[in-house]
Design a protein around this ligand. Structure first.
Ligand SMILES: Nc1ncnc2c1ncn2[C@@H]1O[C@H](COP(=O)(O)OP(=O)(O)OP(=O)(O)O)[C@@H](O)[C@H]1O
Ligand SMILES: [Mg+2]
Length: 364
């Protein structure tokens, strides 16, 4: 059982901002994912939790007990590093068994545990090999195995699947989730891969420049992104952002793109008092771009057939925005063709260009 709390954690490296004011409560048994681009502070946060790094300010609590200054060995956490290190002179079995041997567990029990974990990770046939004789992806799984046999109170994982090929990644993702739910071990997992975050996490913290831009369930992050960073970081192809304007028509705002007033229901949305127009972005996910009779006019510039879906690039007229539409393979749009688009039903977002925050939908 392990609950973890971070309270106003700050860590800078000279002038470089590593982590800036992070606070979170992570529940017992939770699969918590930190997702963000390179350099946003994911590893630094994980190292602070592990005790490998000391925060400039802020506190770390494990089950209500402050552990900010505890050394790593007093924290009962198993960390799988981005650059995992195995003992080169030990076999795969020896590497996985290492944490158990230190605990003086009887050899027969150790062997049983090692074999069980190796089976789950699909490396049973490698147990007698040395790390130098196996591939990077296989070494990564050995490192995972070594963490799993320890049965720690907390797993800390830093991009543990990054060296695997795409197919193995997908299957290991499933395995990892199964293992985590089986053991019920609180897990803090770092990745820059949004699919990994969405599929594994109970909750996702999307990180940007050392802060949590949004902390929510994967669905909430996808459906109700708080700002343009989260909206465009999560989703592939990413959300279309079309420069637009909100103009006051006397009763409320209209959305205008170029010279076209876009016929969208914005009831309930109000503009700051005295403001007649403001710059915004209209956000539409590629799967929610619909071809219509009357809407935003444009021209298809290129199409890509992915076998099970199609991606169409549409250049809007009267705007320099190119919109990406994701659709079924039955779509017969061709390059050069004129089309008119609209968001599907009410599936669109509006972001204030001044601060990048979402202002539509109103909820959340
Ligand atoms: N020991 C260090 N000395 C100086 N700067 C550091 C150090 N560790 C991290 N940084 C800086 O702090 C910031 C956050 O780094 P961090 O390693 O936490 O990023 P990350 O999100 O894990 O990135 P990646 O996805 O590339 O692993 C970066 O700008 C990095 O250059
Ligand atoms: Mg990192």
């Amino acid at each position: 059982m392990a609950k973890l709390r971070l309270e106003n954690i700050v860590r800078n490296f000279g002038k470089v901002k590593g982590v800036f004011d992070i606070s979170v409560d992570i529940d017992d048994g939770e699969f918590f994912v930190m997702l963000g681009p390179s350099g946003c502070g994911k590893t630094t946060t994980l190292r602070i939790i592990a005790g490998l790094e000391t925060p400039d300010s802020g506190k770390v609590f494990l089950d209500e007990k402050e552990i900010t200054d505890f050394p790593p060995r007093e924290r009962d956490m198993a960390m799988v590093f981005q650059n995992y290190a195995l003992y080169p002179f030990l076999t795969v079995a020896g590497n996985i068994a290492f944490p158990l041997k230190k605990r003086k567990i009887p050899p027969s029990q150790i062997q049983e545990k090692v074999e069980e974990v190796a089976k789950v990770l699909g490396i049973s046939n490698l147990l007698e090999m040395k790390p130098g004789q196996i591939s990077g992806g296989q070494r990564q799984r050995v490192a995972l195995g070594r963490a799993i046999v320890r049965e720690p109170s907390l797993f800390l994982m830093d991009e543990p699947l990054s060296n695997l090929d795409a197919k193995l990644r997908t299957s290991m993702r499933g395995e990892l989730k199964r293992i985590q739910k089986n053991y019920g071990t609180t897990t803090i997992y770092v990745t820059h891969d949004q699919v990994e975050a969405m599929t594994l996490a109970d909750r996702v913290a999307v990180m940007n420049n050392g802060i949590f831009a949004q902390l929510d369930s994967p669905l909430e992050i996808y459906n109700m992104p708080k700002d343009t960073f989260v909206a465009t970081f999560v989703g592939d192809p990413k959300m279309n952002m079309i420069p637009a304007e909100l103009v006051n028509n006397g009763k409320g705002p209209n959305l205008k793109i170029g010279d076209t007033i876009v016929d969208l229901d914005l009831s309930g949305l109000s503009m700051p008092s005295g403001v007649q127009s403001m710059d915004v972005s209209l956000g539409i996910r590629p799967e929610d771009v619909k071809i219509v009779e009357r809407g935003l006019n444009g021209k298809v510039v290129v199409t890509q057939n992915l076998g099970k879906s199609k991606i169409e690039h549409i250049q809007l007229s009267g705007s320099n925005a190119e919109v990406i539409r994701m659709t079924g393979v039955e779509s017969d749009l061709d390059s050069g063709q004129s089309v008119s688009i609209m968001p599907n039903e009410s599936k669109f977002y509006i972001f204030d260009s001044a601060n990048e925050k979402r202002i539509w939908p109103l909820t959340g």
